[in-house]
Ligand binder design. Structure first.
Ligand code: PGA
Length: 277
């Protein structure tokens, strides 16, 4: 039986990961305003920290997410930002375990601690998983095993020695939710030059992720599975031309967009495609 909590859920998400862009407040403000007009798709913008509070208070008709978080609640951690600070700044989502952060030193254990901090605070995590390389095996066996291990490390690691977090109703603008983003590292535009996965490949992996999550949630994470809704997105070189191919698949609950989210017109096309489904 597939556990209810891991089934696909409702309307499509479009998450914008601006990474360390753009370079000035003025440019960022213009970009945020241009997105504001798009309306009702589930748009989540993740700008760099310096602008996050200001933008989230202006709201712009979208939801706000951070690109990272620290796992401790408070204390002598120079340069870090806690989940509670994000929550009190109007932020509702946090990207956890992005491959670029993993490359900068976030191990599976750190990702698990960050996931725990995010859930305990009542924020919604966007947990990134994805293999580094794609083999020629059509069944994607190696890739699936890699992703399964990342999911297990993140979720079981997060709750290894403690109680499950309380998921509060304020958890997100769209209800208590855990988002997984399948982002094959080889398809991220800064590496791949814009070569994305195919909609078939993404759909196959997302089906697998949902099954793997269902198994995890049937066991020790049953309570988490009962309380939160799970959505699984695809990310990696999504743009205005290929977005509909991913968003049109019933398995795909939305897209996580990097490079194309910095180009207003391009992003608008992606949001328009999301509205169709
Ligand atoms: P991309 O980035 O859309 O530029 O490939 C996606 C990501 O890294 O989140």
């Amino acid at each position: 039986m597939v556990f209810e909590g891991a089934k696909s859920a409702g309307r499509k998400f479009v998450v914008a990961n601006w990474k360390m862009n753009p370079q000035t407040y003025g440019q960022a403000d213009r970009l945020a305003r241009s997105v504001a007009a798009y309306g009702d798709a589930r748009v989540i913008l993740c700008p760099p920290f310096p602008w996050l509070t200001d933008f989230s208070h202006k709201r712009f008709g979208v939801a706000w997410g951070a690109q990272d978080v620290f796992y401790e609640n408070s204390g002598a951690y120079t340069g870090e930002v806690s989940a509670k600070m994000l929550l009190s700044s109007g932020v509702r989502y946090v990207i956890v375990g992005h491959s670029e952060r993993r490359e900068l030193g976030d191990t599976d254990a750190i990702v698990a601690k960050k996931l725990r901090a995010v859930l305990e605070t009542g924020l919604s995590p966007i947990v990134c998983v994805g293999e580094k390389q794609r083999t020629k095996d059509k069944e994607l066996r190696t890739e699936k095993e890699f992703v399964r291990k990342q999911l297990q490390a993140a979720f079981q690691g997060a709750f290894h020695n403690g109680a499950l977090p309380r998921l509060s109703t304020r958890q997100s603008d769209y209800g208590p939710r855990v988002i997984i983003a399948y982002e094959p590292v080889w398809a991220i535009s800064s590496r791949s030059g814009g070569r994305s996965d195919t909609p078939d490949g993404a759909a196959e992996m997302i089906r697998f992720i949902r099954d793997a999550l269902a198994k995890l949630l049937e066991g020790s994470l049953l309570r988490l599975g009962r309380r939160a809704k799970f959505s699984v997105l695809y990310g990696g070189s999504v743009d205005g031309n290929n977005a509909a191919g991913f968003l049109g698949r019933p398995e795909v609950d939305g897209v996580l967009v990097g490079g194309a989210s910095l180009k207003s017109k391009e992003f608008q096309k992606i949001v328009a495609a999301a509205r169709e489904y």
